[in-house]
Design a protein around this ligand. Structure first.
Ligand SMILES: [Mg+2]
Length: 242
């Protein structure tokens, strides 16, 4: 009998990497080029949101109508990626992997029980470039992104379908485990019947995350043995929220 393969849907900012402001710097410059305004971008909470959702939130703060926002939204990503490249080459805004992540990815990649995919609000090319700058992009070749949908809850089925196509495995959203650092990660998992491990490395505390009822909460991903044990518990349905 073949063991069931679990699909891990991994968030990027605050989960795999510490973003260190590169996306914000790049989006500010891109929005100025395309819309001439950024809204309250310095204080805006980006966590858990998709890139197009962030742009919409910021422009709504300046009384832009959705039709006006939508008319130019597709123009944002070329300058965004151009400015992102510059920010990723700047030491102060270059992302770094979260503690323990390179070791965890190395172990997961060699573990036949798991397949890995990205599930992130970043536009696809933005995610790829951030992960490359942090030195961990080689661990991923499939995912769902902010460029697929503005709504995070739409992303798990897209990631599952792509992973199934690539691996030839029968994968279902109900068997996938979302790993993310925000209440939005928990909500998008729940909306699709997926399981979810919340990790308190993106600014939300373990208590904040626990109040959204994930299957497990971890303080961080620094101890691969503990993370693998937690994933195994969640995969086998042992529900233990602490
Ligand atoms: Mg995140």
């Amino acid at each position: 009998m073949t063991a069931l393969v679990r699909l891990l849907l991994l968030d990027v900012d605050g989960t795999l990497i510490e973003p260190r402001g590169a996306g914000r710097v790049a989006l500010r410059s891109a929005m100025l080029e395309v819309y001439g305004q950024t809204g309250p971008i310095d204080d805006h909470d980006f966590r858990g949101k998709t890139d197009p959702w962030i742009v919409r939130d910021l422009l709504r703060c300046c009384a832009w109508a959705d039709e006006e926002i939508d008319a130019r939204l597709h123009e944002v990503w070329e300058p965004y990626l151009r400015h992102l490249d510059a920010a990723l080459e700047t030491a102060v805004t270059r992302p770094t992997p979260c503690r323990g992540v390179p070791e965890l990815l190395r172990r997961l990649s060699g573990d036949a029980r798991y397949e890995l995919a990205l599930l992130t609000g970043n536009v696809e090319e933005g995610a790829t470039r951030k992960l490359r700058a942090a030195g961990i992009s080689h661990r991923f070749d499939v995912g769902a992104f902010g460029s697929d949908s503005e709504c995070r809850a739409d992303l798990p089925p897209i990631a599952v379908a792509r992973a199934a196509r690539r691996t030839g495995l029968s994968l279902r959203a109900e068997d996938a485990i979302v790993v993310g650092d925000t209440p939005e990660d928990v909500l998008c998992a729940r909306a699709n019947g997926s399981r979810v491990v919340a990790v308190a490395t993106g600014g939300f505390s373990a208590d904040d995350l626990r109040s959204h009822d994930p299957d497990r909460v971890l303080d961080d991903l620094s101890d691969s043995d503990s993370v693998l044990e937690a994933l195994d518990d969640v995969a086998t349905g042992a529900r233990r929220v602490r």
